[in-house]
Design a protein around this ligand. Structure first.
Ligand code: PRP
Length: 180
């Protein structure tokens, strides 16, 4: 790949991701046994994780996608989200599992969770591949976490820098010279 010289290190390898997703898939399968959740992928970052996760989940599921823009105001916790692309299914009375690539401040997921509750979902849980607990501005309960990571600029496996690197197989740390 063209810009590989800007990759500082591998943080989570393809093999580690695969293994952890298999574990999460088993857990989700057991937790939702006998139910048919709506799995919501949050674009764009989550699409690779969602595709791999759901192939480790042995359940009938409905899949849909949302795209949102988050606007936080500095250190404030009053961030709002704008829906860029909404769901095409009704979540009323349904079990909803939101799938994200990363939880950072928590603002996006906190607002999405509220939105699903406002729409009368029966239950709302979250799975994220990555979480940066040190960056949290709001508490958000995330039931299925792949990896907790330090506050590094990470790319790959769905995560981008300037729309690049999403298709890297590993999760890598971007070299500082790329963005400074
Ligand atoms: C990332 C990620 C979450 C959000 C998390 O999306 O996919 O949606 O940021 O951040 P928060 O916890 O601080 O709210 P991003 O804006 O990078 O868009 P993308 O998924 O399209 O790359």
């Amino acid at each position: 790949m063209e810009h590989t010289n800007l990759i500082k290190a591998t943080l989570v390898s393809e093999q580690q991701i695969k293994q952890r997703i298999a574990e999460l898939g088993k857990q989700i399968t057991a937790d939702y046994k006998g139910r048919r959740p709506i799995v919501i992928g949050v674009l764009k970052g989550a699409w690779i994780y969602l595709a791999d996760l759901l192939r480790e989940v042995d359940l009938d599921v409905d899949v849909d996608f949302m795209s949102v823009s988050s606007y936080g105001s500095g250190t404030s916790t009053s961030g709002t989200i704008t829906i860029v692309k909404d769901l095409s299914v009704d979540v009323t009375g349904r079990d909803v599992l939101i799938v994200e690539d990363i939880v950072d401040s928590g603002l996006t997921l906190a607002r999405l969770k509220d939105l699903m509750r406002d729409r009368n979902a029966k239950s709302v849980e979250i799975s994220t591949l990555l979480s940066k607990p040190s960056r949290r501005k709001v508490e958000v309960d995330v039931k299925y976490i792949g990896f907790e990571i330090p506050d590094e600029f990470v790319i790959g496996y769905g995560l981008d820098f300037d729309e690049k690197y999403r298709t890297l197989r590993d999760i890598c740390v971007l070299a500082e010279e790329a963005y400074k």
